[in-house]
Design a protein around this ligand. Structure first.
Ligand SMILES: *Cc1c(COP(=O)(O)O)cnc(C)c1O
Length: 408
């Protein structure tokens, strides 16, 4: 084929103000990578991250030993949380911490909110059928455990939840509503301030899952009046496989909401080792046990880069990358039976797009063998997740050309 797409991609790369960042990512010698379309699922490592991990082991862990806890590590969940809040979440200090996994933090925050609301006779949890499986399962568990009722919203599979839809499903019994800012399948970007306001109007609380937006799509938790949020750091925040999650609890809920995992490091004056649990003040009360310090090192390194580039510039490139991908898909793949199952307007687009065609499972397997790496999601869809700082337009053109070749 081809390939006027490649020529166009090269011109876009030439003019890309973030182009210099591409070289900060680590590509091992002899790597077979042709195109990485999975930055929405597992971000790539920075070259600097390898050095930071090495330095951490040799200097901080090896050199400071247990003194490291007093010197820096014990506060790292909160200091790194503040940094993340300021760089990527629009959260003032003292409301964000890093630790646990998204699944565990969802449980801790949602349980805290539901417990508080049940006291006022509010026993409904509103969620949507397209929310990520772990979110749905955790909420089912809380409903079973606490005698609450799940109220399911059914958005269109190509789109996602809207303010109008949510306004219809909430009411005087709403305890908590839980949605994803960007839907993991369609990539639909929800109207966070609008939906949050609709739930607040009836007295409910809202928990937003930011897994598919944090680091790629601007977030303004304080400005949007969000109550609670969780997200992971291994997707667009490049923290590495299994890196810890983060949680945000707005200041007005501190000392009111009580999370259910009463560990020693969420206790007031933890090192007094005293009898009886008394929650620590502030966001610290949402911490449970020893923080995964080693696993926070890559996130620390990545936040420096993201702060330098700026989330707004990252978002601008994200839209340009997905615009470019859509133009190639429309021109080259649509005639071969490929359907776009993601929103096309910028206002509702997240950082990835999904396309669909029968047989994509096997196609994905073949692409992986050639170093073209999207991911496959049931039913029949391939997600094209384009992490803006590590992905070039030429990479998009090459990857989509390989996909086209599979379909001819
Ligand atoms: C990736 C993702 C998760 C992952 O949760 P883990 O506890 O890290 O496995 C949760 N929710 C959403 C929306 C996700 O995209």
């Amino acid at each position: 084929m081809p390939n006027d797409a490649l020529a166009r991609a090269r011109a876009l790369d030439e003019a890309d103000p973030l182009g210099a960042y591409l070289h900060r990512f680590l590509t091992p010698e002899g790597s077979d990578l042709v195109a990485y379309f999975d930055g929405n699922s597992l971000g790539r490592p920075l070259a600097r991250t390898a050095d930071a991990l090495d330095r951490f082991v040799r200097v901080e862990w090896g050199g400071r030993l247990i003194r490291g806890w007093d010197e820096r590590w014990m506060d790292l969940p909160l200091t790194l949380g503040d940094r993340l809040g300021s760089v990527a979440l629009g959260a003032a200090p003292g409301q964000t911490f890093v630790g646990d996994s998204t699944t565990v933090l969802l449980y801790k925050l949602a349980r805290a909110a539901v417990d508080e609301q049940l006291v006022r006779g509010r026993d409904e949890i509103v969620l949507d059928v397209d929310n990520f499986p772990t979110d749905r399962y955790v909420l089912e568990g809380i409903a079973a455990e606490r005698g609450a009722r799940l109220v399911w919203v059914e958005p269109s599979p190509v789109d996602g939840v809207t303010r109008e839809q949510i306004a219809e499903r909430v009411g005087p019994r709403t305890a908590l509503a839980v949605f994803s800012h960007v839907a993991y399948r369609s990539g639909w970007r929800a109207d966070v301030p609008g939906i949050t306001a609709a739930v607040h109007e009836v007295g409910g609380l809202v928990l937003w899952d930011l897994c598919h937006s944090g680091g790629a799509v601007p977030v303004a938790l304080d400005e949007w009046d969000v109550d609670l949020a969780v997200g992971c750091t291994y997707k667009y925040l490049n923290g590495g496989p299994g890196s810890p999650a983060y949680a945000y609890v707005a200041t007005r809920h501190h000392g009111v909401l009580q999370q259910p995992v009463w560990g020693w490091l969420g206790r007031q004056d933890a090192f007094a080792m005293a009898p009886g649990y008394v929650a620590a003040p502030g966001i610290r009360s949402f911490v449970s046990g020893t923080p995964p310090v080693l696993a926070m090192v890559p996130l620390e390194a990545y936040l420096e880069l993201l702060a330098e580039a700026g989330v707004d510039a990252v978002r601008a490139k994200s839209l340009a990358l997905t615009d470019f991908a859509l133009s190639v898909i429309d021109a080259r793949l649509a005639p071969l039976g490929v359907e776009v199952v993601s929103p096309r307007d910028h206002a509702h687009r997240g950082g990835h797009i999904s396309i669909r065609r029968p047989g994509f499972r096997e196609v994905t397997r073949r692409l992986w063998r050639q170093g073209v790496i999207p991911d496959y999601r049931e039913p029949d869809s391939i997600r094209i997740g384009l992490a803006p700082l590590s992905t070039s337009f030429a990479e998009v053109a090459r990857g989509l050309a390989a996909l086209e070749a599979q379909l001819r």
